[in-house]
Design a protein around this ligand. Sequence first.
Ligand code: FMN
Length: 166
Amino acid sequence: MKALVVFYSLEGNMKGVAELIREFSDAELLQLHPVKEYPTKGAKKFIWGGKSAVMGNTPKLQPYIFDADKYDVIIIGTPVWASTLTPPVRTFLTENREALVGKRLAAVVTYMGSGAQKTLSKMRGLLEIGSFAEELTLVEPKAAKKTEVEDQVRNFCLKLKAACGD
Ligand SMILES: Cc1cc2nc3c(=O)[nH]c(=O)nc-3n(C[C@H](O)[C@H](O)[C@H](O)COP(=O)(O)O)c2cc1C
């Protein structure tokens, strides 16, 4: 299975999961960086980021190279912000919708405690797809028990490999 994880991570939770997926499935990683990064500290972090997510902003991303045809599966990873996907992932899905249509797609979401299903549903809506090949939701993986997170990610990778016929 040739996999790519496209993700955004402000504080490392989603990044850690992307790195585990790489470990278990040899995936390539594409981390999205907005030209203007969101604040990581204090109330500003929630106010600015939350507002941007609710408004459906599509911030300009730093240049990236993406060739959908190279992969059997593309895994899209986002933290939950205000019960929806992060703006940088929204930009990526908007910019690449045509290239993504018809591809095998999976999704990973990290969150604090609410809004994961709503976020997945928003992502499916943006992509105009009925379902992802696999979905994984993880509550604050950086702070969670390492072996439990590894088991969940390993299981996700195994199911994806099976879906790819490996
Ligand atoms: C602006 C902002 C809004 C957030 N909104 C939610 C939310 O609605 N529901 C939730 O469960 N977690 C929310 N969170 C928490 C993040 O989803 C969670 O910490 C996630 O694991 C962060 O991933 P990261 O470390 O890769 O950035 C929010 C965090 C930020 C910064």
